[in-house]
Design a protein around this ligand. Structure first.
Ligand code: PLP
Ligand code: TYF
Length: 408
């Protein structure tokens, strides 16, 4: 009977928001979930998105289902955006022209990860997936639910607050050939620490030699540099290797949640770069079969916003500028917090090398709990702080609390 169902623990990230909501302290700060807040602490709608919605409201005459893999228009815009780098990636452009990229609109990034996980569980010879230590906790949940076996490769050195590149290479070298390997395209979640282009090149040499299947997760395109086209170095490098027949195929899970602020619209994509146009036909047919039984077809409002923005040069420019402002504020806040932190007993330099929505403080779980219990500052116990929750009104309170907890 149902009375035997155990209570599942709350999600580690979303559980933080629930606890925050219940706190009555008016100084409380939510640094849990990675969702953008402006300088007054409020969520925003990108002005370009609002304008696209106005256009849609005026012109839409139906709410029919879209195709199982989304509209052709959406797929083309996404392919051009990511793989052709809007005309600047000749290798990617050729892959598109040769019908070697299958793209499906998915239920945001998480939905994309689910579809590829189910696909790999059915069709990949290897079920072994290597993920960075640490990674987004939901990666493990999604992949293991689909029946893949996730194991960690070294990524971060917590004592040095930086990437452990020697350890990373060594652990990839010692993994089984032909494994699946998850790579964060930029703004690694939770650490905010990315590899340099030279380091990516070394990693892809190993990936290539060991015939790993790269699975790229790109949830923060644009948040590393402020320009989405500058954040796809990994993809350009992969395309170059695919064009040279050194890597045969790879997959990319992408999301417009953060870089267009479409969070709840659940708008993203899955792309599989294939070995040939014939493979593409078979792979797309299998994706359709999978998606049909999972959720039949994706939601249309978010993808129409994307189509409207990409199809209108003015809105498109405005979107890029909206995104740039968001990223600038995050960088300003990062800098301000850094300046207010006491460096006598703790070196905070790593904050300045981290990019994206998070700072990975290096604080212990005990220190995070103390911040929560004494100061009503909410963050996940791995010491990841979502810095969009920081603003001019609370940065002093936050820095002061951290200084007290660190120096006690
Ligand atoms: N992957 C990573 C690393 C993320 O941090 C997120 C969201 O925070 C996602 C994927 C997917 O997010 P969404 O499903 O909202 O697109
Ligand atoms: O903060 C994070 O890392 C994410 C954010 O449906 C998130 O977990 C929240 C809800 C969701 C997808 C991602």
């Amino acid at each position: 009977g149902w009375n035997k169902i155990p209570v599942a623990p709350p999600d580690k990230i979303l559980g933080i928001s629930e606890a925050y909501t219940k706190d009555s302290n008016d100084k409380k700060i939510n640094l849990g979930v990675g969702a953008y807040r402006d300088n007054s602490g409020k969520p925003i709608i990108f002005p370009a998105v609002k304008k696209a919605e106005e256009k849609l409201f005026a012109s839409e005459t139906e709410k029919e289902y879209t195709a199982i893999v989304g509209s052709k228009k959406y797929q083309q815009y996404v392919k051009d955006f990511i793989f052709n780098n809007s005309g600047k990636d000749a290798n990617g452009a050729k892959l598109i022209a040769d019908n070697r990229i299958v793209t499906a609109q998915t239920i945001s990034g998480t939905g994309s990860l689910n579809v590829i996980a189910e696909f790999l569980a059915r069709f990949s010879a290897s079920k072994k997936l290597l993920v960075p230590q640490p990674t987004w906790a939901n990666h493990i949940s999604v992949f293991t639910a689909a029946g893949l076996e996730a194991s960690y490769y070294t990524y971060y050195d917590t004592s040095a607050n930086g990437v452990d590149f020697a350890g990373l290479k060594q652990s990839l070298e010692s993994a089984e050939d032909e494994s699946l390997v998850l790579l964060h395209a930029c703004c690694h979640n939770p650490t905010g620490m990315d590899l340099t282009p030279e380091q990516w090149d070394e990693v892809l040499e190993i990936v290539q030699r060991k015939r790993f299947f790269p699975l790229v997760d790109m949830a923060y395109q644009g948040f590393a540099s402020g320009d989405p086209y500058k954040d796809i170095g990994l993809i350009r490098n992969l395309n170059e290797r695919v064009a040279a027949n050194k890597i045969s195929s790879y997959a990319l899970c992408q999301s417009f949640a953060k870089n267009m602020g479409l969070y709840g619209e659940r708008t993203g994509s899955l792309s599989i770069v294939t070995e040939s146009a014939e493979h593409s036909v078979a792979i797309e047919s299998q994706l359709k079969k999978l998606i049909r039984s999972m959720y039949s077809s994706p939601p249309i409002h978010g993808s129409k916003i994307v189509e409207t923005i990409f199809g209108n040069p003015e809105l498109y420019k405005e979107w890029l500028s909206n995104l740039n402002s968001v990223v600038s504020r995050l960088n300003t806040v990062r800098q301000k917090l850094y300046e207010k932190l006491d460096k006598t007993n703790y070196n905070w330099d790593h904050l300045l090398s981290q990019r994206g929505m998070f700072i990975y403080t290096g604080l212990s779980a005990e220190q995070v709990i103390e911040l929560r219990e004494k100061y009503s500052i909410y963050a996940t116990e791995n010491g990841r702080f979502s810095i969009s929750g920081v603003n001019d009104n609370n940065v002093d309170y936050l820095a002061d609390a951290i200084n007290k907890v660190v120096n006690k």
